[in-house]
Design a protein around this ligand. Structure first.
Ligand SMILES: Nc1ncnc2c1ncn2[C@@H]1O[C@H](COP(=O)(O)OP(=O)(O)OP(=O)(O)O)[C@@H](O)[C@H]1O
Ligand SMILES: [Mg+2]
Length: 239
């Protein structure tokens, strides 16, 4: 399998707090990896460190190139999209204006076999966004805002999508819709690093599972490995 992202000995800090303490993690092209762990384990910090948004040490290679000392905008330009927990949509712009901000002219995907996302594609994936395209993003429901954030990131045609707890606070009905959306994104060939608190949902989507604990990756394995290992889940996931 072709390697997409390689994280080596990643350390991250907030002031004096040493949060990540030597994380090693690989993601292959078109692979969905779930990043699991207890509250405060450092999952969000790991996504931020990949994007260059926290003070970090260690090496991160993306498609063979060292990105870990680049500024965030260059990491995004290299082909990594990030949907943070708070979604960061522009409340005072319309849905379509938000979407247009996600389009990166001239960016060609590194992996040529993949589909290229256009405005019409995201509108057919998220019909509700098409319906509401002239609505101010700030009045959308939480689920619609999550869809908008995902749609905008797809328009940048990333090779890797980092998503932080996309279903948090959403109704079961919306979560079901998002699950279908993630399946479609996955089928389009975009790799995903997914932080998801709901283990059942992660199990449905991900090809591989990584658990963070004590600032390190304490487990890496398949769905079967995770499902069969009750002790592991007790130790690192269940509260
Ligand atoms: N801006 C910050 N300043 C100082 N400490 C922080 C900051 N953000 C997070 N932390 C601390 O870093 C640790 C890891 O936080 P992180 O947000 O990465 O955890 P997480 O695994 O995403 O869990 P959750 O989302 O449930 O909080 C926690 O102890 C948290 O309190
Ligand atoms: Mg978090």
């Amino acid at each position: 399998m072709n390697s997409l992202l390689e994280i080596n000995n990643l350390h991250a800090y907030y002031g004096q707090s040493h949060i990540l303490r030597g994380v090693n993690l690989n993601i292959n092209q078109s692979e969905v990896v779930a990043l699991l762990g207890r509250n405060g384990a450092g999952r969000s910090t790991c996504l931020k460190a990949i994007m260059g948004l926290v003070r970090a040490e260690g090496e991160i290679h993306f498609l063979g190139k060292l990105i870990s000392r680049r500024p965030s905008f260059m990491i995004a330009q290299a082909g990594i999209a990030y949907v943070p927990e708070d979604r960061e949509i522009f409340a005072n712009l319309s849905v379509e204006q938000n979407l247009r901000l996600g389009i990166k002219p001239g960016k060609t995907k590194q992996i040529s076999s993949e589909k290229k996302w256009q405005l019409d594609d995201v509108y057919s994936l998220f019909p509700i966004l098409k319906e509401r395209r002239h609505t101010l993003a700030g009045v959308l429901s939480g689920g619609e805002q999550q869809m908008l954030a995902l749609a905008r990131s797809l328009l940048g045609n990333p090779d890797l999508l980092l998503v932080d707890e996309p279903t948090e606070g959403l109704a079961p009905q919306i979560i079901k819709q998002l699950l279908d959306v993630f399946q479609t994104i996955k089928q389009s060939g975009v790799a995903i690093l997914l932080v998801e608190q709901k283990l059942n949902l992660a199990l449905q989507l991900a090809d591989r599972f990584v658990i963070l604990g004590h600032g390190q990756a304490v487990f890496e394995g398949s769905r079967e490995d995770l499902q069969n290992n009750i002790e592991l889940r007790k130790e690192w996931l269940e509260v």
